[in-house]
Design a protein around this ligand. Structure first.
Ligand code: DAH
Length: 335
């Protein structure tokens, strides 16, 4: 039996060395060590042997099994290393042309226009205290307006901001009055997701504080902005709207560019899209951030950048924008 075992080891070594592919090595492993292998056949013979032989040969068979297992493992390592070394990272890869995301483009277009009107661009944190997201914007604790903006409350006591209006407060605290600022950014709400709602979306905030600012100034800036963004005279309408940080507050709607005002799921069949709530800054908001409301006043607006990108590119499902699905995003082919 001893010769047989030595012979087995020798032939196993030759076979293992000859293997080139990992799959073949797996097959060989079951041939050498599996149920129908020569090795297990030899093991069954043990039971007919004397106790002494059983001990001696049993040990030899186990050693052989161990040796073969070691050889197979070493070969596995070698094959894997070879695969790695043979990977040629200089080979050309087929990649399509990239483009900016529709929301990025919309954001850039709006900020470009606002910059020309003398607005500075601010960036602010996405994780905020309740003070910046609510209190400082005249939305005290337990105010019903908080219900409309349910968000994600974090373990560290902060929340994910529900709007970019937080940057009105940061801007006033940092720069005081007079000021013209805009602040594009990502916002979050605890929403039921459907074709026009997502839990993550983009807005751009605008704020002007100066002496004797009028509603006429607000309407002029909004209309200029939208005409430039849509590259044509767009129809807009103002409705009264309630936001605790402005008084009076408005909803500025523009005619739906997806259906040209005829009515579609995106505009909930009204023909109008709520694009830009706005209003005259509430004196409490100015006061809380250290600006004297008897001396200064102003207006603010918050435009949905995600919604704007949808309108401009006739995207009727908001979920496409955050999906990261390049096949869908590529359809817009924006350069
Ligand atoms: N922050 C508000 C929201 O997300 C939108 C808004 C309304 C912003 C009126 C404003 C404003 O600046 O004046 O619902």
């Amino acid at each position: 039996m001893k010769e047989e075992l030595l012979e087995l080891l020798k032939s196993a070594r030759i076979e293992i060395e000859g293997v080139i592919k990992e799959a073949d090595l797996l097959n060989l492993k079951s041939k050498l060590l599996g149920k129908n292998s020569k090795l297990s056949e030899l093991m069954t013979e043990l039971k007919n042997m004397s106790l002494e032989d059983k001990r001696a040969f049993g040990k030899m068979i186990n050693d052989l099994k161990y040796d073969i297992e070691q050889m197979i493992q070493a070969k596995f390592n070698k094959l894997n290393a070879k695969d790695f070394l043979e990977f040629d990272n200089t080979l050309p890869v087929e990649l399509g042309n990239g483009s900016l995301h529709p929301v990025t483009i919309a954001s850039k277009e709006v900020t470009d226009i606002l910059k020309q009107m003398g607005f500075i661009i601010l960036d602010g944190p996405e994780m905020e205290s309740e003070y910046y997201n609510f209190e400082a914007l005249n939305i005290p604790k337990n105010h019903p307006a908080r219900d409309m903006q349910d968000t994600f409350y974090l373990d560290n006591g902060l929340i994910l901001r529900t709007h970019t209006s937080t940057n009105q407060v940061h801007g006033m605290e940092k720069y005081g009055a007079p000021i013209r600022l805009c602040a594009p950014g990502r916002c979050f709400r605890n929403e039921n997701i459907d074709h026009s709602h997502d839990n993550t979306f983009f807005q751009i905030e605008g704020m002007v504080i100066d002496k004797d600012v009028s509603i006429g100034n607000l309407i002029y800036v909004m209309k200029e902005l939208l005409n430039h963004v849509f590259k044509k005279e767009v129809d807009v309408r103002l409705r009264p709207g309630f936001f605790p940080f402005v008084e009076p507050g408005f909803e500025l709607d523009c005619s739906c560019l997806i259906c040209n005002g005829k009515g579609c799921p995106t505009c909930k069949n009204t023909g109008w899209i709520e694009l830009c709530p706005c209003g005259m800054i509430h004196p409490n908001v100015l006061k809380m951030s250290g600006i004297n409301p008897d001396e200064y006043n102003g207006f603010a607006f918050g435009m949905g950048l995600t919604r704007l990108a949808m309108m401009k590119n006739k995207i009727n499902d908001i979920r496409v924008l955050n999906s990261g699905d390049l096949r869908k995003l590529e359809r817009f082919n924006i350069k």
